[in-house]
Design a protein. Structure first.
Lengths: 72, 205
């Protein structure tokens, strides 16, 4: 499931987690971000993402930022 | 997002406790003043006091004046005046004079307490605190006016005493209150900027 934020940015976190067979909780442990904040990102309610967080998520999911975030 | 009260720094909890104590004292003082005035008005025979500046010539200090030091003559002496068996009107004027600063102090303390509570909850940069700081700034800037009103009421009490004529007006205005109010106003604008910064950061993962 892809979530689209108010700025038109689509977050493909659910798809990537499913592809990697990982849960949100496991990802939270790997990237040192709370499950609550990851849920905010997953549901398209985040207003901004730090580069450090983006880099950590991409390393954990073995993906590129362009796979995680796209713009409509 | 709020943090548990128990995790607030000791200094915040100490300040909040102290503010609460002062607020309780202020409220108790106000209630006592009202009860005292009502009892005096009902029973009669109560005493009302006020202070006034009296011009004196040939003023003599309690101790000796060393060489090279002189007293200004005529000088001004601060004199307490007691009206025995005050009338109901005099009681009410004295009550208004004494209650006004107590009410304003209580409002200020209540506002400070609300600010400290938000700090304790780790959520100080909110629009409500900006409004509270501006209110405190206004209260401080009004100090000279409150002093002026008290002097006016003191003069009203003096005028109500027969043959106590030519009672001088109160002393000049102090700028301490407005200066402190200006500082708090600046702090309020700093907080307003903090609120805007927080809004920018909120929702950042």
């Amino acid at each position: 499931m892809t979530s689209i934020s108010e700025h038109g940015i689509a977050v493909h976190l659910d798809d990537l987690l499913e592809r990697r067979g990982m849960t949100l909780t496991e990802l939270a442990d790997l990237v040192d971000v709370t499950v609550v904040n990851l849920s905010v990102l997953k549901n398209g309610r985040a207003r901004a993402v730090r580069f450090s967080t983006l880099a950590a998520i991409c390393r954990a999911l073995d993906c590129q930022p362009g796979e995680l975030l796209t713009i409509d | 997002m709020t943090a548990p009260a128990s995790s607030a720094p000791g200094s915040v909890r100490f300040a909040a406790g102290l503010t609460t104590i002062f607020l309780v004292v202020a409220v108790a003082t106000g209630l006592f003043l009202i009860a005292h005035a009502v009892r005096g008005a009902v029973d009669g025979g109560d005493e009302v006091s006020f202070r006034g500046a009296v011009r004196v010539s040939n003023a003599q200090p309690a101790g000796s004046v060393p060489h090279g030091v002189r007293l200004e003559n005529p000088g001004i002496a601060d004199v307490p005046v007691h009206i025995e068996d005050a009338s109901t009107k005099q009681e009410m004027v004295a009550l208004a004079r004494d209650l006004l600063p107590v009410v304003l102090i209580a409002i200020g303390l209540w506002t400070i307490r609300r600010i400290l509570r938000s700090v304790r909850d780790a959520d100080p940069f909110i629009e409500a605190n900006v409004r509270r700081l501006r209110l405190i700034a206004v209260l401080l800037m009004f100090v000279p006016f409150v002093v002026g009103i008290r002097h006016y009421l003191d003069n009203a009490l003096a005028a109500s005493v027969p043959r106590l004529t030519n009672w001088p007006n109160g002393e000049g205005l102090s700028l301490n209150g407005p200066a402190a109010g200006l500082i708090v106003l600046v702090l309020a604008e700093v907080f307003a900027h903090g609120v805007r910064l927080r809004e920018d950061v909120e929702g950042t993962i």
